[in-house]
Design a protein around this ligand. Sequence first.
Ligand code: HEC
Length: 173
Amino acid sequence: MIRHIIALIATILAAGAFWFLAQMDIKSERAKLIADIIEKTKMEVPNKQKSMVTPIKQTQSVTIEDKRKKEEDEAQKKLKSLKDRAGSAMAFKVSPLYKQKCSSCHGVNGEGIIGPKLVGLSEDKVYKDLQDFKSGKRKNYVMYGLLSKMSDDDIKALSQEIGTFEQKLNSTK
Ligand code: HEC
């Protein structure tokens, strides 16, 4: 009886081993198939790329290069004209305070952009204007906002500086 059981177990084990090996075989067969497919695509794809894709890529890279060069040239030109304009506009040096707070609207030398021209205004006139803006007597939100945080010393210094703009401009001509 025990022998029979052992024989049965041995048979089952043998069958299991056989099945396992068969599975391995299938797997390796599949692996080989996949390897074959990969090998084939490896052979074909580079050929296609060489005949079709590469020339397109080349022409593309050439046009991109051209475009970039053009853009660079244009940027260079713009920068140059900007520098030229800044150079001619900047006729004389101004204080850092004026440059930082006022030049964006009134111009680097008070020639006027968004804000009115300041060249030619006397120190007294500018000082009065600024005080009127600050007190709200003369209503302008931009100037008020700017001056409300500015000390009287700075306002006085700016007025004095702007008062000299015309003479400075004339002396550079
Ligand atoms: C954001 C823009 C802007 C900035 C920055 C600015 N201003 Fe003005 N400024 C104006 C405008 C706009 C007016 C005209 C307001 C009006 O007439 O009601 C003006 C008017 C003036 C006037 C009166 C001129 C006139 O003939 O009536 C003076 C003076 C002046 N600004 C000085 C300054 C000073 C000094 C600074 C720097 C502290 C300054 N502004 C900064 C926009 C600006």
